[in-house]
Write a protein that binds this ligand. Sequence first.
Ligand code: B12
Ligand code: SF4
Length: 447
Amino acid sequence: MRVQLVCPAAEDSAHLKNLALATLAALTPDDVELSVCDDTLKRLDPATDLDFTADLAAITVSTRTAMRAYELAAAYRQHGVKVVMGGIHPTAVPEEALERCDCVVIGEAEGLWEKVIADARAGRLQSIYRHQTLPEFRTPPRPDRSIFAKRGYIPVQAVQASRGCPFSCEFCSVTPFFGRQTRLRDPKDVAAEIEALGRPWVMFSDDNIIGVGPQSRELFRELKRLNITWFGQASLQGMQDQETLELMAESGCRAVFIGFESVNRQTLVACGKRQNKPEHYIETVKRLHDLGIGVWGAFVFGFDEDTQGVFEETAEFAIRAKVVIASFAVLTPYPGTPLYGRLKQEGRLLDEHWWLHEGRDGFPVFRPKHMTPEQLFEGWKSAWPMFYSGSSIMRRASQALWTSPIMFLSYFPLNLYQRRLTRDKILGGNKFFMRDRHVKPADRQAL
Ligand code: B12
Ligand code: SF4
């Protein structure tokens, strides 16, 4: 039997080894011949790059990659290849996916993929596979990364140490998909996996590497003896505990991605992100920086409490907090989230199937409460040049530059890269984007 594993790309997909495909590879019986088609490395030409002699194509799908996944699936099916889809998006909207493929795996692959393969072999592939309960994750099968050998990926290994999240922020897909209870891997198992990978730079694919108190500390102790460098996403819950932060730094953490989302307490309460307390943001960033951990802050615009002042207020806050880099997003109702359900019920979705239609990148797909979609779009765009203006980069450097040797070397390249992205992608090549008050005229010359 021959199976082709497929990773479709969105326009901005990074060259990262996809952990879902490596997991499927690990679950596949040895006598099945596997190949990989990764659209994120090189845009695949459906006519020439897909293996139409395969028995099965298995496509991992997120909402951002759904359109491309459907396009690739159509090509396989035209040539008689059966297509299985799995991942966050088909789990949220299985009926939609089933109109475009032969089989949908709802939820996590462990315990189901083996059945899919057996049934496909026997010629009795079912249209839906799903779990009765969430699979065990204490010692899951080790992802098989040999499928990525000799390709042009970013030299970072993605590793997952937990699944699920105890919070349920209204806009997030994680809790509906992975459950409200965090399932933790055995820290020794995580460390053994990393050790077997040759102690690479690690990116944890967990949603919250710090949020589970004593167990997080157990993991950090295991990582400490490996002497590695790692990055991950962390919730602000647990960040008040200095001992945990110190251990995190000692274990090799050099950067964290933090979803601050908003600087307004009411917004955070309303969207369910109660663990974020804006009054602690600046101090938390400083404590992390003092320990050699750079902070990448993420903010979202378009919440019901947001008014026209939110863009400047947020960008200024991020500058004052001196985060190493920041990203700003427009609130997006992903299917299957409580936010999607609410906006649909309130009749505020501009397009109920927005992911199936080409839109302007970053343009809202719903009607915000206190502004028009255009005002939200323009406001979102305005936050980027404020944050990546020359004077902001210099102002933040005073703290961020000294966090660690890695930050020292990467602070300016990272910021200049983001600044270029702002000019080319967010502002569509507008060379004079920095007409804001953080910008000295001399800075404009630099563009
Ligand atoms: C790491 C990560 C990233 C990384 C890298 C992702 C990558 N390519 O490896 C980076 C930082 C680049 C990133 C970017 C973004 N991300 Co992200 N990311 C994650 C995160 C935290 C982990 C993903 C992961 O590796 N999981 C581990 C693997 C093993 O799990 P998995 O993919 O779900 O696969 C399992 C099952 O789904 C299933 N499965 C998956 N595919 C298939 C296929 C088949 C055939 C079968 C049978 C089963 C199956 O089996 C697997 C094993 O059980 C998730 C949250 C999460 N907990 O999953 C968000 C998440 C996927 N990201 C999300 C979002 C929104 C984004 C961004 C849009 C953010 C932004 N505003 O820019 C961008 C978009 C990037 C793009 N171009 O697509 C959302 C997606 C929501 C949705 N409905 O699609 C998530 C769920 C987070 C959230 N809070 O809601 N992300
Ligand atoms: S946004 Fe973060 S904290 Fe909130 S539910 Fe999602 S993963 Fe959990």
